[in-house]
Design a protein around this ligand. Structure first.
Ligand SMILES: Cc1cc2nc3c(=O)[nH]c(=O)nc-3n(C[C@H](O)[C@H](O)[C@H](O)COP(=O)(O)OP(=O)(O)OC[C@H]3O[C@@H](n4cnc5c(N)ncnc54)[C@H](O)[C@@H]3O)c2cc1C
Length: 418
């Protein structure tokens, strides 16, 4: 049996593994978490609308029926191309084919010290940390009698006006202001402030101008102050400096940049400024045609010379594509180039409000939101998760009461010792 090693069970790695799970390959999947997480709905966990289990599935259980698939929990530290081994848990694992699908983390553009004050949202850990931060802040505001000191707890600053920033700003304003704060006695929604800061002249910069303007209009209705064309120059314990202004806040969230997983560097292949491997048209690296990099960790251009976006459909289509190359055992043979089939993009702003471009058609408002909801439910892993999310959304839609408002004194999950 040929040995296939997949590092990372996100959208790309999981798709590849599923395509090959019924083959006669000996497949090993290694991930540093024990679950696949549906990142597009992480902001709903961070803002108390959904529970972690609604959008995550244990990797092991996804493959429980596939005896040729092994799953290991742990972090791959480095890859030795020459010896065809990866270093994992102080031991080495051999492979014939390797798929690296380790995604990306936030990039603080050289200001890594900001992370402490402005966490980003990529993993379930991040979402729980943010949820805790928001809920603890509201509790602190409820106790604080000095209105100046209290304001810091009620100012929410989101840095980065891409889809994640817009979703967070809309959800915080809607859920915190409308649904959570009414349960408090000393604070009101009228004194909370949500700021969305974007260095470019528009938010949702990859969307047509009309949809960006629509999104700004809807955010304004939700009382989000959108600050455009301004760079953040300082983030600290007290808040954020943007332009000439300092916004006091204990709730600063980072949604501004991406950096590929550091594992890519250990491949000693060419990388771009975001740390992504510059892959060939078949998604392999130029030094080894049996090593494939897919998803957010890979840099590849479309036929117009633009880099493919870091979104789930790209990772999934790439996962499917490399699985087929591996299944056909095309080592040393000519391979058809990868072509991304762009079906569109969507971003939500709030309840019944979203924007999207589907097959070139611009959508906004309720219709975009319905399309967004349908696509997100359809792509969740597992029938139980789909049902649970649908029920939670219906419940929230009807009652306006998000349910997951638990402060559990969350701390970093202990890492398993290697
Ligand atoms: C908050 C948020 C919202 C998003 N919204 C959307 C959206 O609405 N629509 C959309 O299309 N896309 C969205 N995206 C982007 C989309 O989720 C990513 O493009 C996609 O997840 C990339 O897939 P991937 O397989 O490359 O990596 P990921 O899905 O990130 O998976 C990487 C996996 O590798 C594992 N891993 C990393 N390093 C190691 C290591 N060294 N050893 C072992 N395991 C490792 C991680 O634990 C993880 O499971 C969003 C992303 C985020 C963060």
């Amino acid at each position: 049996m040929k040995r296939l090693l997949i590092v990372g069970a996100g959208f790309g790695g999981l798709t590849a593994a599923k395509v090959l799970a019924k083959s006669d390959f000996d497949i090993t999947i290694i991930d540093k978490t024990n679950h696949h997480v549906f990142q597009p709905l992480l902001y709903q966990v961070a803002t108390t609308a959904l529970s972690p289990a609604d959008i995550a599935s244990p990797i092991r259980s996804i493959f429980s029926a596939n005896k040729n698939v092994k799953v290991f929990l742990g972090e791959v530290k480095s890859i030795n191309r020459e010896k065809r081994k990866v270093l994992f848990n102080n031991s080495e694992i051999d492979y014939d084919y390797l798929i690296v699908a380790t995604g990306s983390r936030h990039s603080y553009f050289g200001k890594d010290e900001w992370e402490k004050y402005a966490p980003g949202l990529k993993t379930m850990n991040d979402a729980l940390k943010i949820r805790e931060k928001i809920l603890l802040s509201l509790e602190a505001a409820e106790k604080e009698s000095d209105p100046v000191k209290r304001q810091k707890y009620l100012n929410f600053v989101i840095i980065g006006g891409g889809p994640t920033g817009v979703e967070l700003a809309g959800a915080i304003s809607e859920i915190v202001n409308k649904n959570v704060i009414p349960d408090f006695r000393n604070i009101t929604a009228s004194i909370t402030k949500v700021y969305l800061i974007e260095a470019l002249p528009k938010i949702l910069s990859s969307y047509p101008d009309k949809l960006s303007s629509y999104a700004i209009g809807e955010l304004k209705k939700l009382e989000v102050e959108v600050i455009l064309n301004e760079k953040v120059s300082e983030v600290n314990d007290h808040g954020v400096k943007v332009g000439e202004r300092f916004i006091e806040s204990s709730n600063v969230l980072w949604a501004a940049g991406n950096q590929a997983s550091p594992l890519i560097k250990s491949l000693n292949t060419e990388i771009d400024s975001a740390g992504r491997a510059i892959v060939k048209n078949d998604l392999s690296i130029k030094e080894d045609e049996n090593i494939f990099i897919i998803g957010d960790a890979a840099a590849i251009k479309n036929k117009n010379g633009e880099y493919l976006p870091a979104i789930a459909p790209v990772a999934m289509q790439q996962g499917r594509y490399v699985a087929k190359i591996i299944a056909k055992n095309l080592t040393g043979k000519s391979r058809k180039s990868f072509r991304y089939n762009d079906k569109g993009t969507m971003a939500t702003i709030g309840k019944a409000k979203a924007v999207g471009v589907v097959k070139g058609i611009k959508l906004s408002g309720l219709i975009a939101w319905l399309a967004w909801s349908f696509v997100h439910i359809a792509y969740l892993i597992g029938f139980r998760n789909r049902l649970r999310v649908m029920v939670e959304w219906m419940w929230y839609y009807i009652t306006n009461r998000p349910g997951i408002r638990l402060i559990i004194k969350y701390t970093e999950t202990p890492q398993i010792k290697s």
